[in-house]
Design a protein around this ligand. Structure first.
Ligand SMILES: NC(=O)c1ccc[n+]([C@@H]2O[C@H](COP(=O)([O-])OP(=O)(O)OC[C@H]3O[C@@H](n4cnc5c(N)ncnc54)[C@H](O)[C@@H]3O)[C@@H](O)[C@H]2O)c1
Length: 371
């Protein structure tokens, strides 16, 4: 069987770059490195069994897993590793991992010598269709997610679909949730396509949106479709990135009684939704809200339900999620500016809609309460 690689361009003048997509695409890495780069620091995580061959002198640095490792401390450690290795500004950082690795390595590259090229080898579905493309990099602070960061466009992106074969089921679900949104912002027939075509179609759409609106001044907001509710579910603890899940599961014994006292039986903790699963609930919700505002009809709502169900993603609020609490978190969102704003479908396509009445949001959320 011949291997078909696709190449998609992100068009940003002298910061333009290619995204190479398909099975085995990682073998094209050496040809995508910046001309003149003589050394590479490869940033990855334990457990990601993806070997890359840059064809130049290189060192591999592993960072921790989970959102707690997406930190300024990790960026500092990477900087120190780059210093020890003697990485210069004309060399290259290579991120091999999911969105966490591409966000952190991208931010470290943006800061190293005030800007060193970075190439992303995305190894999760979510990173291939979203996180690795578009130049948003950053880390979390104890005060909030992604509060420190920079726009730093990669020199190239590789989406090797072979690397996805080791992804655990929850990472597939998370990627599919992020993918499902593309079915409503410009990719037709998405769930029926072979996987590589799905990745390529989503990457191509993200590339087009980023090319038109690099800094989220307008069009790029459509990429947040389904995300307002997803972020509220995350803030309220019903959805989480993997590290947050580990934190919660790991909290049991540490919080237990002192030695000598009988240990309580561990209670089964329902695992929070992964980010993409929360986006899926957000898509189903956004469709119903758009219908309640007269922007779309029943058929279009059904299309949302069908896409979410084709990816076997959740379409109901998790047990215990209350509309009033979710609305409170939506109002606190850094992009809310004191009123309820959603990205909603409508006659002109998906667009931001401000000033949505909270009573209506409550009614629509109540419709989505689980059994
Ligand atoms: N910059 C952006 O535009 C953007 C967009 C969306 C999300 N993000 C960020 O991306 C992060 C989430 O990314 P993610 O969902 O890829 O999670 P992740 O990077 O945390 O990866 C999830 C888990 O999968 C493991 N993994 C990665 N590749 C693997 C492989 N091929 N086989 C087996 N395991 C593998 C990782 O080690 C990790 O434990 C969040 O921090 C989020 O804020 C950034």
């Amino acid at each position: 069987m011949t291997r078909t690689l696709r190449s998609v361009g992100v068009d940003l003048g002298d910061r333009s770059y290619d995204i190479l997509i398909g099975p085995g695409a990682r073998h094209g890495l050496a040809a995508l490195l910046p001309v003149g780069a003589r050394r590479a620091v490869i940033v990855t995580q334990a457990g990601i069994d993806v070997k890359v061959e840059p064809g130049i002198d290189h060192e591999v640095v592993e960072i921790g897993r989970g959102e707690r490792s997406k930190s300024m401390e990790t960026v500092g450690e990477l900087g120190r590793a780059m210093a020890r290795f003697g990485l210069s500004r004309s060399d290259v950082v290579i991120a091999v991992g999911g969105g966490l690795v591409t966000d952190v390595a991208g931010f470290a590259a943006a800061s190293w010598h005030r800007g060193t090229p970075v190439v992303h080898v995305a190894t999760t579905l979510l990173a291939q269709v979203d996180a690795a493309i578009g130049g948003k990099t950053g880390v979390n602070l104890p005060e909030g997610k992604n509060l420190m960061g920079a726009f730093w466009q990669p020199h190239a992106v590789i989406c090797d679909t072979e690397t996805l074969s080791t992804l655990p089921p929850e990472e597939w679900r998370s990627g599919f949730g992020e993918m499902a949104k593309y079915a409503f912002i410009g990719v037709d027939g998405l769930p029926g396509m072979p996987l590589e075509e799905q990745v390529a179609a989503c990457a191509a759409l993200k590339a087009r949106v980023v090319s038109a609106d690099e800094r989220e001044g307008g069009l790029r907001m459509i990429l947040n479709y389904g995300h307002t509710l997803a972020h509220a579910l995350e803030a309220a603890g019903f959805a989480a990135e993997p590290g947050d899940v580990l934190d919660q599961v790991g909290a049991g014994p540490a919080a237990g009684p002192a030695a000598g006292h009988p240990l309580p039986r561990p209670q089964p903790v329902p695992l929070p939704l992964r980010h993409g699963e929360a986006v899926a609930v957000g898509l189903v919700f956004a469709a119903r809200l758009a219908r309640a505002l007269g922007r779309i009809d029943d058929g279009r709502v059904r299309e949302h339900d069908e896409v979410v169900s084709a990816y076997e993603l959740p379409a109901r609020l998790p047990r215990g999620a209350e509309p009033a609490q979710l609305i409170e978190f939506m109002l606190r969102d850094k992009k809310a500016h004191g009123e309820l704003t959603f990205v909603l479908d409508g006659p002109r396509g998906v667009e931001p809609v401000a000033g949505v009445p909270s009573g209506l949001v409550t009614e629509v959320l109540a419709e989505l309460k689980g059994p």
